[in-house]
Design a protein around this ligand. Structure first.
Ligand code: 6PG
Length: 480
């Protein structure tokens, strides 16, 4: 009998299960498969009423349940597990069929898998999916890579189950060939790390600089969420801060161990940015801040070091300071996005992807972790000028940062004075100032390199490559 399921999901842990339910709730017939068959049965038992599911116990049954061309979504742990599933299913598929990897895979793995499967006539669609469990069920932001041909068949289904932005546009678009979708998801996560770090620093400043308690800070964040910082992460921050621990009666944030963990996508973003030569200092500081927080031994040694103990500002100054923190947070956030989009631009050139940066900002408006009102503005900036070299070249963003800079400087300076670490705010401000600078001390760095290693330098007044024989005070042009 010919298969009837329009899509199949293998790997029914919480993300896979919710994605399968999302397809079914949208009227698609969904084939189900899981290594442990009891999970498949549980899903049908609990949620069978939500739509039409075709449970399969074996790989062969699962493949047979799918209509052609087959669309097979793999929701397993990134890495070896994905390769194992591909090895299991690929031999059962026929040319034109599609394997869709919805995990947080490294884009280089996706490129390798796509190339190998293409040789066998199969489409491999590395797909970024953001929004956690809730998003998978009710509408995530979806970032599919792979071929145009695969998107033609699969895209409408993904657009249907995706989140919708406030204007009704689906938060899903074809990102580009091979690993482009997973690359964009990775940068999304890098930006997520930076956003979270900046919010954490804002909290720390309000707590120890303004002297506010978590419940009051929750109120401040609620207020910010009604303005230009309106976003999912600001919204949940207010909820986390307002939460009281049932066991101790203390704010829960005071009971949670202050050591942040990571699964690795932020780290990948920075590693790849280093290879591409793109300064993503905001994302890098966020990754390092998580890493530093986890070095308990190092911190135990460091606690004895000299420095100011933060003393909260007087009440009247505290309120002004809180609004300056909002400005610093907004400005630093714009810088992180600027850096993330620079990385996307560089990756497009390096890997041959035509990335529509405005559309990417557009599909992050709903469903994903970094969803924010402000993404509309990024889309608008690229709509005005698709070749914008940097978001800071956009008049509106440049104007806003110009207006925020006094507050931004005050916040960074106050943090330094009080001894509150603000790596995210400080690096963002330094990036801004480095871009503004008419001259950078990189000239000195070049002089040093030439001094100790004859690495040569360029001059501002003449073309050519120069080397100075420093001991003889003699400079000459090098032959190329
Ligand atoms: C998303 C999230 C999701 C996840 C990451 C980050 O877009 O839905 O980014 O992919 O939460 O795993 O987790 P870490 O903080 O552990 O790296």
């Amino acid at each position: 009998m010919a298969g009837t399921a329009q899509i199949g999901v293998t790997g029914l842990a919480v993300m896979g299960r919710n994605l399968a339910r999302n397809f079914a709730r949208n009227g698609y017939t969904v084939a189900l498969h899981n290594r442990t068959a009891s999970r498949t049965r549980d899903l049908v038992e609990q949620f069978g009423h939500e739509g039409t599911f075709v449970p399969a116990e074996t790989a062969e049954e699962f493949v047979a349940a799918l209509e052609r061309p087959r669309r097979l979504v793999v929701m397993v742990k990134a890495g070896a597990a994905t390769d194992a599933v591909i090895d299991e299913f690929a031999p059962l598929l026929e040319p034109g069929d599609m394997i869709i990897d919805g995990g947080n895979a490294h884009f280089a793995d996706t490129r390798r898998r796509e190339a190998a499967l293409r040789e066998r006539g199969l489409h491999f669609v590395g797909t970024g999916i953001s929004g956690g469990e809730e998003g998978a069920l009710n509408g995530p932001s979806i970032m599919p890579g792979g071929s145009e041909e695969a998107y033609e068949s699969l895209g409408p289904m993904l657009e249907t189950i995706s989140a919708k932005a406030a204007d009704g546009t689906p938060c899903c678009t074809h990102i580009g060939a091979d690993g482009a979708g997973h690359f964009v998801k990775m940068v999304h996560n890098g930006i997520e790390y930076a956003d979270m770090q900046l919010i954490a620093e804002a909290y720390d400043l309000l707590r120890h600089g303004a002297g506010y308690e978590p419940a009051r800070i929750a109120e401040v964040f609620r207020g910010w969420n009604a303005g230009r910082l309106d976003s999912y992460l600001i919204e949940i921050t207010a909820e986390v801060l307002a939460h009281v621990d049932a066991a101790t009666g203390q704010p829960l944030v005071d009971v949670i161990l202050d050591q942040a963990e990571q699964k690795g996508t932020g780290r990948w973003t920075v590693q790849i940015a280093l290879d591409l030569g793109v300064p993503v200092s905001g994302i890098a500081e966020a990754v390092f801040a998580r890493s530093l927080s986890g070095h308990a031994d190092l911190r135990a040694v460091g606690r004895g070091l000299a420095g100011p103990t933060p003393v909260a500002l007087p009440a009247d100054e505290a309120e002004r300071f809180a609004s300056q923190v909002e400005e610093a947070l907004y400005a630093s956030k714009v810088v992180s996005y600027t850096q993330g989009f620079h990385q996307l631009q560089a990756a497009g050139a390096e890997y041959g992807w035509t990335l529509d940066l405005g559309a990417i900002a557009g599909i992050w408006r709903g469903g994903c972790i970094i969803r924010a009102a402000f993404l509309d503005r990024i889309t608008a900036a690229y709509a005005k000028d698709a070749a914008l070299p940097s978001l800071l070249a956009d008049e509106q963003f440049a104007g806003e940062l110009g207006a925020a800079q006094d507050a931004w400087r005050t916040v960074v300076a106050t943090a330094a004075r009080l001894g509150i670490p603000v790596p995210g705010f400080a690096t963002a401000l330094s990036y801004y100032d480095a871009l503004r600078a008419p001259r950078l001390p990189a000239a000195l760095t070049q002089g040093q390199r030439d001094f100790f290693g004859a690495h040569t330098y360029h001059r501002v007044d003449r073309d050519g490559v120069f080397h100075t024989t420093w001991s003889e005070d003699r400079s000459e042009e090098q032959q190329s």
